[in-house]
Design a protein around this ligand. Structure first.
Ligand SMILES: Cc1cc2nc3c(=O)[nH]c(=O)nc-3n(C[C@H](O)[C@H](O)[C@H](O)COP(=O)(O)OP(=O)(O)OC[C@H]3O[C@@H](n4cnc5c(N)ncnc54)[C@H](O)[C@@H]3O)c2cc1C
Length: 381
């Protein structure tokens, strides 16, 4: 490992949050070292939706072009009955000013951020380095790191943990871990040539009792991403049980799809603080993992990154800067948590309650549905 300036800020984790916070710090004039336990980035996950709040930050970080070139733009999410295929509502997803909404493969988003990190002289990415322990008190963070079986320690005035929902930083501090929500996501992809053209360019959320399915294009439209979110009671779905009873284009797409695997959906305790010992800031899922009912986990990690770098830039005392970061982020995350719980309830309603839901949604205009989410998509740091 090359020696870096003593003032380089350590970041643990090079997922979406870790790379975004590295870039945001570098653009604000800070050096940072990013420590990532894996040595090779695998194609983790499949699709990701990015709303205007995240795109605004990506633009300021100078990666919008790279992200955009791998994406498909969307204007609305169509809610549908999963059995009949009938449209229940069209929910606009662009901001009030018309800022866009993109869907893409997570690996393409990760690659865009990783390329920007690689060409940023203020940043150094150290792969194959695992955080094995951490303490944060008395105004300093001490990280225990392991590389090639050898452990070493580094002490810094501040450190950032962006090591995901199963954060080693969080467990080192003795905090309550993120818990299973009882829901899982089964992910699939299918070649667009094998799926119905009706699904090719749009985001569809297919609702049914106890589960919902989201479809949208990724890889510039070559693949259709399919996510089935349902209870954690059953074996991963396969065969006819997976597609029978579903509307024709959806059932057909699932019948031909390739299974990518199951993601347990975790939720971090609502009361988790984002700053510990005045020296450690949590970013992304490490701080606030939530199930993806509002498709905002990566967006929140990207927002965190920008607000944290901005706070460190505006407030010379790092302790006060971290406090400012937390004060700005917690109310927004609390509001999002409520929205996620609302979607989870509404999307999975059984009959006859789903009829009432559909009737209420049918009476709402698209612009009033957009207004419900304006606080989320129209956010400005
Ligand atoms: C089915 C599904 C659909 C989703 N859809 C969307 C969506 O449409 N839009 C959206 O915004 N979000 C979505 N999300 C959420 C989003 O994927 C996550 O919120 C986001 O990836 C979190 O990023 P992160 O950087 O915080 O964590 P991660 O992506 O988990 O990255 C953590 C990184 O830390 C590394 N690491 C872990 N432990 C250590 C250690 N001890 N030492 C060193 N490194 C370590 C890991 O290897 C990894 O690289 C979805 C999630 C799921 C499951």
């Amino acid at each position: 490992m090359t020696e870096r300036s003593r003032s380089a800020i350590p970041i643990v984790g090079a997922g979406i949050g870790g790379l975004a916070v590295g870039l945001a710090l570098a653009r604000a004039g800070f050096d940072a070292d990013i420590f990532e336990r894996t040595t090779r980035f695998e194609e983790v996950g499949a699709g990701i939706q990015l709303s205007a709040n995240a795109l605004l930050v990506l633009e300021r970080l100078g990666v919008f072009g790279l992200v955009c070139s791998a994406s498909t733009a969307a204007e609305a999410v169509t809610l549908r009955d999963a059995r009949s295929g009938k449209a229940i509502a069209h929910v606009p997803v662009t901001s009030r000013e018309g800022s866009g909404y993109l869907v893409l493969h997570r690996a393409d988003l990760h690659r865009a951020l990783a390329e920007a990190v690689a060409s940023e002289p203020r940043l150094e990415l150290h792969t194959g380095v695992e955080l094995t322990g951490l303490s944060a008190d008395g105004g300093r963070a001490v990280l225990r790191l392991k590389r090639d079986g050898r452990e070493f320690e580094r002490a810094h005035p501040i450190a950032i943990a962006a090591d995901g929902a199963r954060s080693a930083a969080v467990s080192s501090l003795g905090l309550a871990p993120a818990r299973p929500t009882g829901r899982v996501a089964d992910r699939f992809v299918v070649d667009q040539g094998a799926a119905s053209p009706a699904l090719a360019a749009s985001i569809e959320a297919w609702l049914s009792s106890g589960r919902h399915i989201v479809t949208y294009p990724v890889r510039g439209g070559r693949l259709l991403n399919i996510v089935v979110i349902g209870p954690d009671k059953t074996e991963p779905p396969s065969g006819e049980a997976l597609w029978s009873g579903l509307a024709a284009p959806l059932g057909e797409a699932l019948r031909r799809a390739r299974y990518l695997g199951r993601w347990p959906l975790l939720s971090a305790p609502a009361k988790r603080r984002l700053v510990h010992g005045g020296a450690l800031a949590l970013v992304g899922d490490a701080g606030h993992a939530m199930p993806p009912f509002a498709a905002q986990g990566a967006a929140m990690a990207i927002e965190d990154a920008y607000v944290l770098a901005q706070s460190l830039c505006l407030e010379p005392d790092p302790r006060l800067a971290l406090r400012r970061y937390e004060a700005e982020r917690l109310p927004r995350l609390a509001r999002l948590r409520s929205r996620v719980a609302f979607h989870r309830f509404v999307y999975h309603l059984p009959r006859p309650f789903s009829f009432a839901r559909d009737a209420v949604l049918a009476m709402r205009s698209p612009s009033s549905l957009r207004d419900d989410l304006a606080w989320l998509y129209d956010w400005r740091p």
